[in-house]
Write a protein that binds this ligand. Structure first.
Ligand SMILES: [Zn+2]
Length: 240
């Protein structure tokens, strides 16, 4: 998975796309009011970065402004050292976004939401086990729950980076979810898929503990997703 190329000339289009993504998160019931935020990478990861290099510039949603009142011009550029360009302050979770871009070169866009079912599970502080094979879409046999830390802090960033090792989504304890994708539309599709899995897990727990897939069964699914992700594959975005 490679982050999409983001050039300065694309900035107006990226502003529109970021605002559209926030609106779509609301329509998909991932976010309500001012909760949640989204960003898109502005600089390509450098080949020598190795996942822990200098943070890239990003475009991120503003702090505390309800989505219906936002315009594309309200989206905020944050540079590598954390200073921002724009009339509004960046989202209170800008540090989380910046640290995830620095840690995960495959992250081209990041979404954070207090989606109802994901948040309900996050309040139980449990990893989501392999109750359904689609868990493998997020990189492994489980989706982890990051340890609790106060919103907007370095401790929360560190917890999320650890929980996202070899994954592209995690729960944040007593808080919500974070998901990254190669671009905004990919990240949005994954976030909706993640919330759907959380709802399915929540529903099956009402009936008792589900039968879990074995390590071998999940390894086989992960391998198949790897192949389906190739250019001539059947595609992993919509047809499973
Ligand atoms: Zn939050």
């Amino acid at each position: 998975m490679k982050a999409a190329a983001m050039k300065a000339a694309d900035l107006p289009a990226l502003r529109d796309a970021l605002l559209d993504t926030m609106r779509a998160m609301g329509e998909a019931h991932l976010n309500v009011g001012t909760a949640g935020n989204a960003s898109v990478r502005l600089d390509e990861p450098r080949p020598d970065e190795g996942g822990h290099g200098r943070a890239p510039r990003m475009l991120i949603t503003p702090s505390g402004l309800p989505v219906p009142r936002c315009t594309a011009d309200d989206m905020v550029i944050v540079d590598a050292n954390g200073s921002s360009l724009g009339a509004l302050a960046p989202s209170s979770e800008w540090l989380l976004h910046r640290d995830l871009y620095a840690a995960f070169p495959a992250a081209g866009a990041i979404l954070h939401a207090h989606a109802p079912f994901a948040t309900a599970l996050a309040c139980q502080r449990l990893d989501i086990p392999p109750f359904h094979y689609m868990i493998a879409r997020f990189g492994g046999p489980t989706i982890r729950c990051a340890r609790y830390a106060t919103f907007g802090t370095q401790a929360l960033s560190d917890a999320a980076v650890a929980a996202l090792h070899e994954r592209n989504a995690c729960l944040l304890a007593n808080h919500g979810m974070v998901v990254f994708g190669r671009d905004l539309s990919h990240a949005l599709a994954l976030a909706i898929e993640f919330e759907t899995l959380c709802e399915q897990y929540w529903r099956t727990l009402q009936l008792g503990n589900p039968v879990l897939l074995s390590a071998a069964e999940m390894a086989e699914v992960i391998e198949r997703f790897r192949w389906y992700g190739k250019p001539r594959g059947a595609g992993t975005d919509s047809d499973h």
